[in-house]
Unconditional design. Structure first.
Length: 197
């Protein structure tokens, strides 16, 4: 912090620079662990090492770079799990603005989700193969000109990562949009920069 209490970071420090450092230095250690209660009542651990995360980030990021332009918004409408984490960080890694949301099958949230999608206007929605049908069904309710492309995170082959080009990101660039709950009014998007994270 400087004398005024501002965060001082070198200009090249971003979320992705921390991810890249951890991928390079911590390769075989766990980056994320998720307990999957959907397939096992006791909670089946699903884990990604930093190296595995890096491979997935490059693959999904490269696929996004094929269908988006830097700064496009990419909504994540996926069930909880490691694929959600991959989708969120891959969008940022690709130079897009991530919009973390929730899968549309959650009861009572359709109106909020529609309001957020109408505000964010994502170019792409990332989901999983298991949720893709519900996501596409929900998006069909939107006007045709507002329907984003849908990509399944877990369907992108790792080999696609060979075409990934590191995005030029800045500390003060927007990393993601965080939407308010919308419990008392229409959800509002808050721009979160790399510096703020």
């Amino acid at each position: 912090l400087d004398a005024a209490g501002n965060i001082i970071l070198p200009p090249d420090v971003t979320i992705t620079s921390f991810l890249d450092r951890n991928i390079a230095e911590l390769g075989d250690t766990a980056s994320y662990r998720y307990l999957d209660y959907e397939h096992d009542a006791a909670g089946r651990p699903v884990e990604l090492t930093w190296q595995q995360l890096g491979i997935k980030l490059r693959a999904v990021g490269a696929r996004l770079q094929q269908v988006t332009r830097p700064g496009d918004r990419v909504a994540i409408l996926a069930p909880q799990g490691v694929d959600y984490v991959v989708g969120f960080f891959a969008a940022i890694h690709a130079g897009d603005i991530a919009v973390p949301l929730f899968a549309p099958e959650l009861p009572g949230h359709a109106e909020r989700l529609e309001a957020v999608l109408s505000d964010a206007l994502p170019t792409v929605v990332l989901t999983t193969t298991s949720a893709a049908e519900d996501v596409q069904g929900f998006l069909r309710k939107l006007p045709r000109n507002r329907r984003p492309r849908v990509l399944a995170i877990d369907a992108v082959p790792d080999a696609v990562g060979a075409t990934f080009v590191p995005a030029e990101l800045k500390s003060d660039g927007i990393a993601y949009l965080q939407y308010t709950s919308g419990s008392t009014r229409v959800p509002a998007g808050v721009e979160i920069t790399h510096r703020a994270v």
